[in-house]
Design a protein around this ligand. Structure first.
Ligand code: PEP
Ligand code: MN
Length: 260
């Protein structure tokens, strides 16, 4: 324990939520090697099943096959699974395969029509639904998506800060603009707010410092991309960390009083 807080306790009682796993589910073997070594450290395993690529021609996800791989692995060793959904059909398949947490991606949050369709498909669900901020720095769209889902009586809502695209040249892939998630938090103090340092930094070297910054700002958790062979990942190769590095990062993070 350090003077300011405790190290390495992301998984204790009230400690921050930790979601980790690969950007994309690529195969059952890739999932196994990427997530089995971290299961004792994480609350939910993430894996992208339908990938929202900004431009065509890249890996777009394995679809329902990936849900089957996850469930095969969960039969061996149970874990809670989290995926991104962007359409009512994704929601239907995710619920059919008993996915435990859903998130709405940055490219969907920007679109009120898409969010309304998702809200209708999710109406009344007990499954937690987390909403990433829209790609560009537009707090109203983020709030609007959360409000549409709240109106559909989705009981466990949360928000994910993944940074904002701007045309400025900066060290970040998506500039954090911490004041925007902080403003969301002050307006909705009960809403769990977690940070995605992977998509903010866009580089594995930045994951630890961004995670610590988020914890220092009292974020309620982290979502971190983890791949057993990051350099050969089919998406977001530069920002994924190995399972061993993820564990090292978690064990280094200092958790402040507010999380105890
Ligand atoms: C992801 O989580 O892999 C992803 C596509 O994120 P975002 O919607 O934040 O770009
Ligand atoms: Mn990604």
């Amino acid at each position: 324990m350090s003077a300011e807080g405790k190290k390495g306790q992301l998984k204790s009682n009230n400690s921050p939520l930790l979601i980790a796993g690969p950007c994309s589910a690529e195969s059952e073997e890739q999932l196994r090697k990427s997530i089995f070594p971290i299961l004792h450290k994480v609350d939910f395993v993430r894996a992208g099943v339908w990938k929202p690529r900004t431009r065509p021609g890249n890996f777009e996800g394995a679809g329902e096959d990936a849900l089957i791989w996850m469930n095969n692995l969960r039969q061996e060793t149970p874990f809670k699974a989290a995926i991104e959904v962007a359409t009512p059909e994704h929601v239907e398949l995710a619920l059919k395969h008993n996915i435990d947490l859903l998130w709405i991606g940055a490219r969907t949050t920007v679109n009120p029509f898409a969010v309304s369709e998702l809200a209708a498909a999710l109406k009344g669900t007990d499954v937690p639904v987390y909403v990433k901020n829209p790609i560009h720095p537009e707090l109203a769209l983020w709030k609007g998506a959360l409000e549409r889902l709240a109106k559909a009586n989705i009981k466990q809502l949360g928000a994910i800060h993944r940074g904002f695209h701007t045309y400025q040249k900066t060290e970040f892939r998506n500039v954090p603009m911490w004041q925007i998630p902080m403003e969301l938090k002050s307006e909705f103090p009960e809403l769990p707010l977690i940070c995605d340092p992977s998509h903010i930094g866009g580089s594995r070297a930045m994951i630890e410092s961004l995670s610590q910054k988020a914890l220092d700002l009292n974020f309620n958790g982290l979502m971190i991309e983890t791949h057993f062979d990051p350099d050969n990942a089919l998406s977001d190769a530069q920002q994924q960390v190995t399972p061993a590095r993820l564990i090292e990062i978690i064990d280094q993070l200092i958790i402040r009083e507010a999380h105890f």
